[in-house]
Ligand binder design. Structure first.
Ligand SMILES: NC(=O)c1ccc[n+]([C@@H]2O[C@H](COP(=O)([O-])OP(=O)(O)OC[C@H]3O[C@@H](n4cnc5c(N)ncnc54)[C@H](OP(=O)(O)O)[C@@H]3O)[C@@H](O)[C@H]2O)c1
Length: 332
């Protein structure tokens, strides 16, 4: 997306304070890594471009790079030029038309990214041209278990768990370069990295000799992986489903409900934000806690492949291939 309205943005004065909310004063600590983009804004007088889709379908087939009409700047609006934007699974599902939240067509793809403020309306005081912004709408126990552990979310979980002193058991799909992936996730702070097949093996017991069984399982996959993961939860443990990458239902043995009283919950960030819209204090506190981890170098972004916007078709195809382990980031 090339331009966006002010109210959906969190402001930042410089890349160093990129994730600071406009409500909390920016903390001027040194950046923990360099800014996520190499390209800065295009000249302000060039026509805005956007990845537009007019119907739902296969992303590489229905998405087209098109000139966008420049919206008129209202008094409370902010014109933002997006600098870089990742392609996430939810973006793909929105283009395919299978996501529970769909934009009216024609729509511009993408929900996350970093942008630069080009112009602000007369009544906007919190932001000024040159600021960098990101979209605003962008009792755990001793151990956790999660699948799709090498996803962007999974890697964040590994790092947050490590920083919180929680042991993590991380399930990934088997692949030709498994040892390399295991090494990478261990270096991020994973305590155990295992394959979906390993979940079914008796050797799993060995893991629980040194760490307690988890109270929390995070499920991003569905299908068999989920059923097997659930077996390792503590009695009365909770499994939170936040993704369904295998596109298969969650199957739970009856015995898990009756004899181990497991609890199943869902989580959707969009809904969580709506429910916490009146509770900006705790949202800001959570963002601040995450920013602290980033500043201390304890929370880093997943590996990325940066591509110019014109290569969007290749990026859309690559992000749907298995074992890519790199976020496709379009530079706008
Ligand atoms: N509920 C929410 O609020 C919320 C918020 C953000 C994200 N999500 C969801 O979280 C998930 C991860 O998002 P992300 O941005 O972190 O994704 P990502 O970095 O693109 O990673 C996708 C992951 O899915 C795995 N995967 C793909 N197909 C699979 C299959 N058939 N079986 C098992 N694993 C499979 C990939 O594993 P390989 O490396 O083996 O290919 C990879 O680990 C997505 O489902 C997304 O929709 C939910």
């Amino acid at each position: 997306m090339q331009r966006a309205a002010a109210r959906v943005l969190r402001g930042a004065r410089t890349p160093q304070v990129l994730n600071s909310s406009v409500r909390t004063p920016p903390v001027r600590t040194p950046p923990v890594r360099s800014p996520p983009v190499r390209a800065r804004s295009a000249p302000a007088d060039t026509a805005p471009l956007g990845l537009l889709y007019e119907r739902h379908g296969e992303p590489a087939a229905v998405v087209q790079l098109k000139d966008l009409e420049e919206p008129k700047l209202g008094d409370c609006d902010v014109h933002v030029k997006m600098l870089a934007a990742p392609i996430n699974p939810a973006d793909i599902n929105m283009i395919q038309g299978t996501y529970p939240l769909l934009s009216p067509l024609p729509a511009v793809g993408g929900n996350e990214g970093v942008g630069e403020v080009l112009e602000v309306g007369r009544r906007v005081a919190a932001l000024k041209p040159g600021d960098w912004v990101i979209p605003a709408d962008a009792g755990l126990g001793d151990s956790i278990i999660q699948n799709a552990a090498n996803s962007g979310v999974g890697q964040a979980v590994i790092q947050i768990a490590r920083a919180s002193g929680i042991k993590s058991i991380n399930v990934v799909r088997n692949r030709p370069d498994l040892p390399k992936l295991v090494e990478r996730l261990m270096a991020l702070g994973a305590d155990h990295v295992i394959t979906e097949e390993m979940l079914r093996k008796p050797e799993m017991k060995d893991i629980f000799k040194s760490i307690p069984r988890p109270k929390l399982a995070l499920n991003c996959v569905g299908g068999k992986s989920t059923t097997e993961m659930l077996r390792h939860l503590q009695p009365k443990g909770t499994m939170v489903t936040y993704g369904g990458m295998a596109k298969q239902p969650v199957m739970v043995p009856v015995s898990a409900f009756i004899f181990r009283d497991v609890r199943l919950r869902g989580f959707w960030m969009t809904q969580w934000r709506k429910e916490h819209a009146q509770d900006q204090e705790s949202v800001a506190a959570m963002m601040e806690a995450l920013c602290q981890l980033i500043r201390r170098g304890q929370l880093t972004a997943p590996a990325c492949t940066e591509l110019p916007l014109q290569h969007y078709r290749a990026a859309l195809q690559d992000c749907m291939k298995p074992f890519v382990s790199s976020k496709q980031i379009l530079l706008l």
